[in-house]
Design a protein around this ligand. Structure first.
Ligand code: PLP
Length: 376
């Protein structure tokens, strides 16, 4: 059976984790945590990068730092993972879902303005599959209406838009290092922001509401409870695993790209015959081969294709039941404007296996299974 995903392993993870153990420092903000942040600041030209226990938690921190209050409205696509909405709902926000573009599955930037009201506080673009949303338009809207922009760049680490790393364009960016993402620490994430004024409140929030980060830097001689807080610091043991991956960022990226390009090239004939649709990448985007998806004609065709592939030993998945049609989505939010593409496109999409340690032999086999199938 070819699995859909396996956590990437590049080789130095064990050695670094052993080093972390020998350091005798396994809690948060240790040497490996700092190395990961420094590497990302440099490579991605990010102002501040704080490692967190997940992207969900980074989003929670961003929602808090944006000072979202009960009753505020937050605009996002309905076609996304639950965490995008969860983080804002925890602050009491009402979620306003806007339709997606069928070509990228990202929020349709031309439909955002009509969804803005007096209550709107933030826009949360989700860079699906590491392909950027139309950020110039979104940032211009945010400026016009005085809104915050929180990028859900969970899938967009080391992906770019007009020369800027995803996650560094809005007020906040949120990364995921879950094992299903390009670079991983098992469970983990990061919060990015350019404005240094957020650094102190973000560190306090991440450190249980204390000024312990300042204390560790020797800026104060004791630490105390100073505000709202939770526990969003990952263990240095996890950061050690991540550091091995970040050091090999380009190598991991290249391998994923090789798989992506092979799928794209070999499946093109199916697209030409109208059997499947392949992903589209706008010119200004440089994605990270996070995912390769195909779109079948409709839900029924997709269901049959997935079960055919399972019979052949290939595990493919689909995802995102649109949030606005889920029980919590109906309770905490509403779709504003017409759902032209969200539901329809979500029912057609299927993801192919894509991970660093996937062999090209397996990739060739997956392609062969798709080419042989004749009930598109
Ligand atoms: C994976 C993912 C998340 C959640 O990431 P965690 O690190 O598991 O919390 C959020 N949003 C999107 C779009 C994702 O793909």
């Amino acid at each position: 059976m070819i699995s859909f995903n396996k956590a990437p392993f590049v080789g130095n993870e064990l050695e670094y984790m052993q080093q972390a153990i020998r350091n005798g420092k396994l809690c948060g903000d240790g040497p490996f945590t700092k190395k990961c942040s420094a590497l990302m600041c440099e490579k991605l030209k990010a102002g501040n990068v704080l490692l967190t226990t997940s992207c969900t938690h980074a989003l929670e921190m961003a929602a808090f730092l944006c000072e979202i209050q009960p009753g505020d409205e937050v605009i996002m696509p309905s076609y996304t993972f639950v965490s995008t909405a969860d983080a804002f709902v925890l602050q009491g926000a009402r979620i306003v879902f806007v339709d997606i573009r069928p070509d990228t599955m990202n929020i349709d930037e031309t439909k955002i303005e009509a969804a803005i009201t007096e209550k709107t506080k933030a826009i949360v673009p989700v860079h699906y599959a590491g392909v950027s949303c139309e950020m110039d338009t979104i940032m211009a809207l945010a400026k016009k209406y005085g809104l915050k922009v929180v990028e859900d760049a969970a899938q967009g680490v080391n992906a770019w838009y007009k020369g800027r790393a995803l996650g560094t364009i809005g007020d906040f960016g949120c990364y995921s290092f879950h094992e299903t993402k390009n670079y991983t620490m098992g469970e983990g994430g990061a919060l990015l922001f350019g404005d240094d004024r957020y650094l102190e409140p973000a560190e306090i929030l991440r450190e249980k509401g204390t000024d312990r980060s300042k204390f560790f830097r020797g800026q104060i001689d004791k630490y105390t409870w100073v505000g709202y807080g939770s526990s969003y610091l990952p263990s240095d043991l996890n950061a050690a695993y991540l550091y091995a991956q970040l050091e090999k960022m380009d190598e991991i990226g290249r391998k994923r790209q090789e798989i992506y390009d092979y799928y794209k090239e070999k499946l093109q004939p199916l697209a030409d015959r109208g059997c499947l649709e392949l992903p589209h990448i706008p010119e200004e985007c440089t994605p990270n081969a996070h995912m390769f998806y195909v779109k079948a004609k409709n839900l029924e065709t997709r269901t049959k294709l997935i079960s055919h592939l399972r019979e052949k030993g290939v595990y493919c998945v689909f995802h995102y039941i649109p949030l606005h049609s889920s029980p919590a989505g109906r309770r905490f939010g509403e779709f504003r404007g017409e759902d032209v593409y969200t539901t329809r496109e979500s029912e057609r999409l299927m993801r192919l296996p894509m991970f660093y340690n996937l062999s090209m032999e397996d990739v060739r086999y997956i392609v062969k299974c798709l080419l042989e199938y004749d009930e598109y």
